[in-house]
Design a protein around this ligand. Sequence first.
Ligand code: GLN
Length: 485
Amino acid sequence: MDLTELTITQAAQGLLRKQFSAVELAKAHLERIKSLEPKLHAFLHVAEQNALADAATADDLIAQGKNFPLTGIPYAVKDNILVSGMPATAASKILQNFVAPYDATIIRRLRQLGTIVLGKTNLDEFALGSSTENSAFGPTFNPYDTTRVPGGSSGGSAASVAAFEAVFALGTDTGGSIRQPAAFCGVVGLKPTQGRVSRYGLVAIGSSLDQAGVLSKTVEDAFLVLQQIAGMDEFSSTTLSKEVPDYSKFMDKGVKGFKIGLPKEYFAEGVEPEVKGLVESSAKKLQEQGAVLEEMSLSNASLPLAVYHLILPVEISSNLSRYDGIRYGLSVPSESLSEVYYQTRSAGFGPEAKRRIMIGTYASSAGYFDAYYKKAKQVQALIKQEFVEAFARYDLLLTPTTPTAAFKVGERAADPLAMYLADILTVASNISGVPAISIPAGLTKAGLPVGVQLIAPHFKEETLLQAGHALEQSLGLKLKPNLQL
Ligand code: GLN
């Protein structure tokens, strides 16, 4: 048995039946990481010693019958989420030497169950990008074709799960950063409702838009993890005290009677025919199982990306002001305090972070605030309203996750607008706050994964599970990249 091929459900069963130990499971993944990393560069930091020690503890728990869901499961963590004692660089030079002094709430909750952190994964600097090329420490490569990007910003997390280096991974999604790389790498990517999961211990960029979530091999696995990380956190002012349902009850309920809307703007010009074809076949699979499909319109569909690129930079310019050379990470010595700020920030931030800070500072400055930021917030309200109205008629919306499959490394690196377009189908869920999931729909003729996106009403993640699991079962894909070890 190749232990790295197992899903969470399968691995948990094997551990319980003592078919293998947590140490063996962790070792298998660490070995795979060692052999694949020269090709993929999904990790910025591999925590071998910690992982083996935590795996031994998990084996003790299992031996004593004190195991929980996820005990002994090894996973990877995007490097903008704090794991106590490990580096947390957010792939920025400004945080190169920063070591996290505490666990993010989601890590603490998983740690209490006896899970194992394998290491920290690569991302676009401060999660700003769609290809992981904006990492200050070099790009990650797509396991399906190493001349292509894995997507971003959670590109390292997506590649690590796709290549079986980790059973699952945590990521963050502010405009598509879990779903878009999940689509490019052929894995499941779940972005919960804004407020469902704690943001405590995440490197903040857009406090009103950032949301932590899961990248996994199956829809079931994504929800096994969500079950544990979701819910109110007194340390995170953006979580809401909505009860977290028992997701396992929804898994096999099927889609009979579900009304699913296909917004025509999401299948329009710019979406590659092959992507469109695979996503439409996925929709048909749900129809065969009793869902009712209907073409509909989201007439504001052209607005979310523009709104996002005003609201997010404004929040970035505020959130990134804390990296001043005094409080965290890099500090370039200089004669005066303002020179320390200037020199540190000039040396520490990469071009995309600087671009966003400048746009955000401009859009929120006196004289421009009303025309840009305030207007964007007003349009955001309209977009939200349109989703609420759509969900009065539909249980779910179904769209492609991205307009294209993975593009070549370097292809969009010099063109920020082309890069921003990679998120055109994912940002609306962040702007309106609704939950969404990307599920593999199949491979293009060139062997590249394509994702289908399901979008549900606020706090209705269980609908994503119900439909997502049904879709996955009927597609029956067994994806595995062809990587020579
Ligand atoms: N790619 C988008 C951006 O560049 C989304 C990033 C994210 O979700 N963190 O802002």
